[in-house]
Design a protein around this ligand. Structure first.
Ligand code: NAD
Length: 295
């Protein structure tokens, strides 16, 4: 453990937010454009409300115009699409995000694909996914979580990952797959694992860079990790633990931190690792969108 770096995502996100705030002030002064972020939330899922509140607070701290649109849980597809059309047409809105998951009656794909690619700061539109997959990273909005992970990996290993093995556990469209595109673009040799992968521990042990994005508390054990590897823990899981006879809620990642920290060269904690970086990258994407609209 002595030589293991605990990657401080909170500090890095704060640094990034500071530079975003400075760039925002310059954009307002020089071009008269204030970045605008619209967040759409449907229903009252408590976890989603916490995420949306955090995003709004950070956007305001960066000097953005941040508007939350809360729709009733029983909203129809037409109502949500009408709101998106209105935001698409509003020149003061540079970023639109729809907080997921959506209630069951709504067609999530149709809604995320109705956001203009130029305002799709979550990077979920097929046009942005296509550009990322084709390696046109500068032109695309890259999904915020993998983009934040990549910045932390670059801090440890530099921008060129030639010769390094990267293993991603999880193949979701919002984390696993875009993470693979980013690592591939940086010349890593990439393996994507998922629920059907055989002998996951032995695949994971090949990784110089191990990214866990599964949603299973503390699944990745210390003996899955190659000594010295960099471990990025995307998972956010709420578990209950017994503290001196009292049951308490605790947030843990997909990696067994206590074990992994003894083996890894560098590791992100949960909380305080990937989470804060995700929000900072959302701000960066919104700033970029506003800058593009002003140029
Ligand atoms: P998801 O449910 O869409 O995907 C999970 C993936 O894990 C799937 O591809 C599945 O094949 C794989 N998987 C499931 N069980 C497995 C197993 N036993 N072995 C190997 N692979 C398995 O989840 P997601 O949206 O990608 O999120 C993953 C985790 O990351 C969740 O805990 C989520 O809360 C968290 N998350 C965190 C942030 C953040 O900002 N920190 C952002 C997004 C997601």
């Amino acid at each position: 453990m002595a030589n293991t770096t605990i990657i401080d995502g909170k500090a890095k996100a704060a640094e990034l937010s500071e530079s975003i705030t400075a760039a925002t002030t310059a954009l307002v002064e020089k071009r008269g454009v204030k970045p605008g972020l619209s967040v759409v939330i449907v229903g009252e899922d408590p976890a989603s409300q916490v995420y949306v509140r955090n995003k709004k607070r950070t956007a305001e701290a960066c000097g953005f115009n941040s508007v939350q649109h809360t729709l009733a849980a029983d909203s129809s597809q037409e109502q949500v699409l009408a709101l998106i059309q209105q935001l698409n047409a509003d020149p003061t809105v540079h970023g639109i995000l729809v907080q997921l998951p959506l209630p069951a009656q709504l067609n999530e794909q149709e809604i995320t694909q109705s956001i203009l690619p130029d305002k799709d700061v979550d990077g979920f539109h097929f046009q942005n996914i296509g550009m990322l997959t084709a390696g046109h990273i500068d032109g695309a909005f890259v999904p915020c979580t993998p983009a934040g992970c990549m910045l932390m990996i670059e801090d440890q290993l530099g921008k060129d990952l030639s010769g390094l093995n990267a293993v991603i556990i999880g193949r979701s469209n919002i984390v696993g797959k875009p993470m693979a595109s980013l690592l591939l673009k940086a010349n890593a040799t990439v393996t994507i694992c998922h629920s059907r992968t055989k002998d996951l521990p032995s695949v994971a042990r090949n990784a110089d860079i191990l990214v866990a994005a599964v949603g299973r508390p503390q699944m990745v054990k210390g003996d899955w990790i190659k000594p010295g590897a960099i471990v990025i823990d995307v998972g956010i899981n709420r578990i209950q633990v017994d503290v001196d006879g009292e049951i308490k809620n605790r947030l843990v990642g997909d990696v067994d931190f206590e074990e992994a920290v003894k083996v890894a060269g560098a590791i992100t904690p949960v909380p305080g690792g990937v989470g804060p970086m995700t929000i900072a990258l959302l701000m960066l994407n919104t700033l970029r969108s506003a800058e593009r609209s002003a140029s």
